[in-house]
Write a new protein. Structure first.
Lengths: 221, 218
């Protein structure tokens, strides 16, 4: 066993499990190196962080938010400590919890002739704990009510009034229209002159387009 | 003989207090709950959860349920402790089922329920809690015996003896950073070996039946 701090050049001793990104250290299911094997920089950092968590757990200050892998490992340590009697409930805390238990039930039943004396702090904490279980239902009910109200409002509102420009306000030569007026009657002898007719139609349409685009706002010609 | 007499007095006191509570004086339960809160927390709840915050919440819910449902409790000449313990275990089981966590150690401990309690219900509650703790301890010791001696030493020094990291490092003649790595690997190794042992026991059928044996509190 080396007494030197593990260096960053050591092998990574844990293999990633499914769902773990390549190169990540799999705390729970990865391989575990032998005691005298040099640690990688990643393992060294994880070990140092875990040591800090153990310090906090022993001091009774387990952090509320932890990565799930870290929490699982810390629970192992806490379980070992509790089984050997190292994680007892402090007497003050025990009294608080008993008070809370009574306060919660007393609040549910309401004051009666033989009710237990209420502890305001404990009652509040107990109410908070009990309210926690109702919170998701309350949120769900509120969300559903708001959604229903929104749907009802959409359903019952007056229909949109779409403003359409009156056709009479647009000059006829700006509008889509038949080409009969431009082409006129096609006589048999002119039947083959379709290109001329197309030129006439195109010219007419281009004329209206130019006026609409270049002289807009200056009135019709 | 003296301890038997003391236990009998405790049982008589419990019976009287339970009867008073069932008549409406819930405050009569307070000394009983204060007496059993610690063994419930330390021997029943925390070893099965591994998380002090969750354990306190389960303990609170257990005590509240006991106060709330004391009217449905039937005195059978035994301590009320097994009833409280069963309430706690049901709540732990509900929590595990709700979270669906895949943590072998706590799952394994949480599955170990009910059955062994039937044989010792007549005994004093403290004896029952001690017996349960010894049972857990035996499983922990068996697992420790299977892991690397250096890992075992790291766990014993830091988690069981609760020596400081510096003291542990000195005793193992390594630097603090190396000790941190040792402990990290030791806990991971413990978890792995414990999980494998529990799995093997279940395959052999030596493990008490898990979920179906749970009976809801009255």
């Amino acid at each position: 066993m080396s007494s030197n701090p593990p260096g960053p050049q050591g092998p990574t001793s844990a293999t990633p499990r499914a769902g773990t990104a390549p190169g990540d250290f799999d705390i729970l299911d990865g391989d575990i190196a032998a005691p005298d094997e040099v640690a990688s920089s990643k393992e060294l950092a994880l070990a140092s962080h875990f040591a800090g968590l153990i310090d906090k757990a022993i001091a009774g200050r387990t952090p509320p938010a932890l990565a799930s892998d870290e929490r699982a490992l810390l629970e192992v340590a806490t379980t070992i400590r509790s089984v050997v009697g190292r994680a007892e409930l402090a007497e003050g805390r025990r009294r608080e919890l008993v008070d809370d238990a009574f306060a919660g039930v007393t609040n549910l039943r309401g004051p009666g002739p033989r009710a237990i004396s209420e502890k305001p702090d404990g009652a509040r904490r107990s109410q908070r704990l009990r309210a926690r279980s109702w919170l998701p239902w309350t949120l769900t009910a509120t969300t559903l009510t708001m959604a229903a109200a929104a749907i009802a409002a959409l359903w019952m509102r007056p229909p949109h009034s779409v403003v359409v420009n009156a056709p009479s306000q647009i000059p006829t030569h700006w509008r889509s229209r038949g080409a009969d007026a431009v082409v006129g009657e096609i006589r048999r002898e002119n039947a083959a002159r379709a290109a001329d007719r197309l030129d006439s139609i195109y010219s007419d349409r281009l004329d209206g387009y130019r006026e609409a685009m270049l002289f807009r706002g200056q009135g019709a010609r | 003989v003296a301890s038997d007499t003391a236990a009998a007095c405790k049982i008589e006191d419990e019976e009287r207090r339970v009867a008073e509570a069932q008549l409406g004086d819930l405050g009569a339960l307070r000394p009983i709950l204060e007496r059993y809160a610690s063994p419930l927390y330390g021997s029943v709840i925390l070893p099965r959860l591994g998380d002090p915050t969750s354990a306190e919440e389960i303990l609170l819910e257990t005590l509240a349920t006991a106060v709330e449902k004391i009217g449905s409790f039937t005195w059978q000449g035994k301590s009320i402790y097994p009833w409280l313990r069963q309430i706690a275990i049901n709540k732990i089981f509900d929590l595990h089922r709700h979270i669906k966590r895949s943590r072998r150690l706590v799952e394994a401990l949480s599955f170990e329920i009910g059955d062994e309690g039937d044989d010792i219900q007549a005994a004093d509650a403290q004896l029952m809690a001690d017996q349960e703790r010894r049972h857990h301890r035996q499983r922990i010791d068996d697992t420790l015996a299977e892991i690397q001696p250096r890992y075992r030493a790291a766990i014993e020094l830091r988690l069981i003896s609760e020596l400081s990291r510096e003291e542990c490092a000195t005793r193992l003649q390594v630097s603090v950073a190396t000790f941190d790595v040792l402990l990290f690997r030791a806990v991971r190794s413990f978890r792995k070996v414990f999980g494998a042992r529990e799995l093997a026991q279940r395959v052999r059928g030596a493990q008490p039946t898990p979920a179906p044996t749970v009976h809801k509190e009255q």
